[in-house]
Design a protein around this ligand. Structure first.
Ligand code: SF4
Ligand code: ZN
Ligand code: ZN
Length: 307
């Protein structure tokens, strides 16, 4: 397999793009591809202050590296969830994130959940019925709250997460199987800002997981090699396995699924959100001040105030 650009030995073949590239040209291609999507979906520009959510894994560090190389104003946020029982997962993930930021002299904010909220994610999850079965739903709630809080408090104008195409396709498949119109109506790569919440963007939404992994490896980025111990058996992994099988026999399946979904969204195939952001902003949690639809404490404050 030869690089399409220079003819030397290719290190990656991407049948979905009918493209093979050498290391040098791949390391140019992915940032250019990411920049095209940033512009296509009007995610942000050079005047924005971007907070990048980093986990210490391959996707988020690849994203931060690319945004940094593209010259955007970025700072990182690492949420130390305290998933450390026997695995030191959170501690080691944080070390990778800190090393990455230190090597590039980038600012990394760390929120330690155990210290700030008196309980680690593991302890919070163990206390609730929903979390005891599967900590991920509690984890999602905690991360969403902290990401929004830190981005609003510090005046960032965009919050970037490293959701890749495999993540987006798996979420889309799950929401389609459930016919969850509520979720299907807000799967855009950009969710606009409003009073009390920052614009959310997903610059890797059309980047395959193997593409971001290859980028990190070829760039020599040291990233956390282990998956979260709670990820095994998750529904998302199950859907990813099926999508990978389909992709194998029909290259481009994930990309077509997601692209055509975005076209359907654009054409108004799904009803608008029940509540416009400006309506949502009228209701604030009396404890933390974040927008909420509950009419009382937000779900996060209900979680942390439960004794
Ligand atoms: Fe949180 Fe679940 Fe992801 Fe682990 S796998 S970081 S518990 S969402
Ligand atoms: Zn080449
Ligand atoms: Zn609250």
């Amino acid at each position: 397999m030869r690089c399409r650009t220079c003819g030397s030995k290719a290190v990656i073949n991407m049948p979905q793009h009918r493209l093979a590239l050498c290391k040098v040209h791949y390391l140019e291609w992915l940032p250019a591809q990411t920049q095209r999507d940033i512009a296509k979906y009007h995610m942000f520009d050079n005047s924005d202050r971007i907070l990048v959510a980093v986990s210490g894994g391959k996707d988020s560090l690849a994203l931060w590296d690319i945004l940094w190389q593209l010259g955007y104003q970025t700072e990182g946020l690492y949420i130390d969830l305290g998933i450390d029982d026997g695995t030191t997962y959170s501690r080691r993930s944080g070390e990778y994130a800190q090393a990455f930021a230190g090597q590039r002299s980038l600012k990394l904010i760390t929120v330690n959940v155990g210290k700030e909220y008196s309980e680690t994610l593991t302890q919070m999850a163990a206390r609730t019925l929903r979390g005891r079965e599967k900590p991920c739903s509690v984890c999602g709630l905690v991360k969403r709250h902290i990401l929004n809080r830190v981005s609003v408090e510090n005046g960032y104008t965009a919050l970037a997460t490293a959701h890749n195409l495999d993540d987006e396709a798996a979420i889309l498949l799950a929401n389609t199987l459930d016919w969850s119109l509520e979720h299907l109506s807000r799967g855009q790569p950009v969710l606009p800002s409003g009073p009390g919440f920052t614009r959310k963007v997903k610059p890797f939404c059309r980047v395959y997981e193997r593409e971001s992994a290859a980028y990190s490896v070829l760039r020599g980025i040291a990233f956390m090699p282990d998956e979260c111990p709670h990820s095994t058996g998750s529904k998302q992994l199950y859907f990813k396995t099926y999508l990978n099988e389909w992709e194998e026999s029909m290259p481009g399946t994930k990309l077509r699924f997601y692209n055509n979904y975005l076209k359907a969204l654009d054409s108004g195939a799904f009803p608008a959100r029940q509540q416009a952001p400006e309506d949502l902003a009228k209701q604030r949690c009396p404890n933390c001040g974040q927008p909420t639809t509950s009419g009382g404490l937000c779900s996060f404050c209900v979680l942390i105030n439960k004794s």
